[in-house]
Design a protein around this ligand. Structure first.
Ligand code: FWO
Ligand code: ZN
Length: 383
């Protein structure tokens, strides 16, 4: 239960240089030079030609599957545990999407518990695309206060032909309930918003921020890189102190120049490195509609795309520490996951070792080795 990662280049995300990292059970205990422990058994991991980074946080995953926009046969499959390991994701937030009828919160909760038992840390959003929001208890406030895994509401759809077309009053009350439920439970109470291709873009939440006391930080709008108009418009949102999330899964829906790694680079270059996150939309459908809004096909999101876009951003000139923040420290701060997001004493022992080509070599989640020497050691129950 005691591990020392020896002589590893640490990016906490801040670069700490070559250090030893001491892990005890599921916690990080110390990050020092030349840690020596006597008299007890210690598992030593050689970090000498590796870099250590915090485990990745994926804030938007359809862990029980989603889809259905092309009829029943297009309902997408649930997430296999080993996909998280392959992608270095040690914390995942599960959500429902378009279909909040045949997909329900009880199943979402059960899958989140399964992933927790298999070895990662999981949370969920109450809700689906639709307002009034679907909840466990009939009240978003109660869900947040009574159900530990619930950290907020999501993915609530706006500016999309598949949304419930929520009114200003409805969304205002949902955000208010999420905020107060968060305050009373010590959680973020974040409102994870699905942005569609509609022309009203962020208007509804800008109006809430302008006309109420609800702070802009209550919202985490995602899919911001789904088209150029939205990507431009969201710059005003971050200039007002808002957060934005870029979707890393791309089917044919997201053209090449809208890749999350490119959007991330642009927003970081504008100075917003602490306000941006990337998430996968894993196992969600990436449906394609023609100009008459007729379904013409779909792809399925992949959680490994978070890692792929992190790597692409670094290869594209983004400083490793800054690219890393978007999938570790930033989501941990925004979602108030206080034990997550950095390599520092007292945090959960969620650590990845990357080789010199940034390939994932070792995955440690809650102090347990899930991958070593690029070999998956722990698979899902039925994998
Ligand atoms: C996005 C999830 C979309 C589901 O707009 O929102 O459909 O319920 O599984 N996916 N509807 C994908 C784009 C961002 C590319 C979802 C999906
Ligand atoms: Zn969505």
């Amino acid at each position: 239960m005691i591990k020392i990662i020896k002589d590893v280049q640490v990016f906490s995300p801040k670069p700490l240089g070559k250090k030893d990292i001491l892990l005890a059970h599921d916690k990080i205990v110390a990050i020092e030079k030349d840690i020596v422990l006597a008299g007890i058994y210690v598992e030593i991991l050689d970090g000498s030609d590796k870099i250590a980074v915090p485990g990745f946080i994926d804030s938007h995953v359809h862990i029980i599957g989603g889809g259905g926009e092309g009829g029943f046969r297009t309902r997408t499959p649930e997430l296999p545990f080993s996909d998280l390991v392959k992608g270095g994701i040690t914390t995942v937030v599960g959500c429902l999407g378009t279909d909040g009828v045949t997909r329900n919160l009880n199943s979402l909760y059960a899958k989140a518990k399964a992933l927790e038992e298999e070895g990662v840390t999981s949370y969920i959003y109450s809700g689906s695309y639709r307002v009034p929001i679907v909840t466990f208890t009939g009240s978003l406030l109660q869900d947040l206060i009574l159900i530990d895994k619930v950290i907020g509401a999501g993915e609530i759809a706006i500016s999309d032909h598949r949304s419930s077309q929520p009114t200003f009053e409805e969304l205002k009350r949902l955000a208010a309930d999420s905020r107060v439920g968060g305050i009373l439970s010590g959680k973020a109470g974040i409102v994870n918003l699905h942005l569609g291709d509609g022309s009203s873009m962020l208007d509804l939440i800008c109006e809430i921020v302008d006309k109420t006391e609800i702070p802009i930080t209550q919202f985490l709008p995602t899919h911001i890189n789904r088209n150029n108009k939205l990507l431009r418009e969201a710059m005003k949102w971050v200039e007002k102190g808002g957060f934005v999330d870029f979707t890393t899964s791309t089917g044919a829906l997201l053209e090449e120049d809208l890749q999350a790694s490119k959007a991330l680079k642009e927003y970081i270059e504008q100075g917003f490195e602490d306000q941006v996150t990337m998430s996968s939309d894993g196992q969600g459908s990436l449906p394609r509609f023609n100009e008459k809004k007729e379904f013409v096909g779909l792809d399925v999101g992949r959680v490994v795309s978070v890692y792929e876009n992190f790597k692409a951003a670094v290869e594209n000139g983004v400083a490793l520490e800054k690219a890393l923040k978007s999938i570790t420290e930033n989501p941990a701060r925004i979602l108030k996951l206080h034990t997550k997001g950095s390599i520092s004493p007292g945090k959960d022992a969620d650590i990845l070792l990357l080789d010199k080509d940034l390939r994932i070599d070792t995955v440690i989640a809650k102090g347990k080795l899930l991958m070593k020497d690029k070999e998956i050691l722990v698979k899902g129950t039925f994998e």
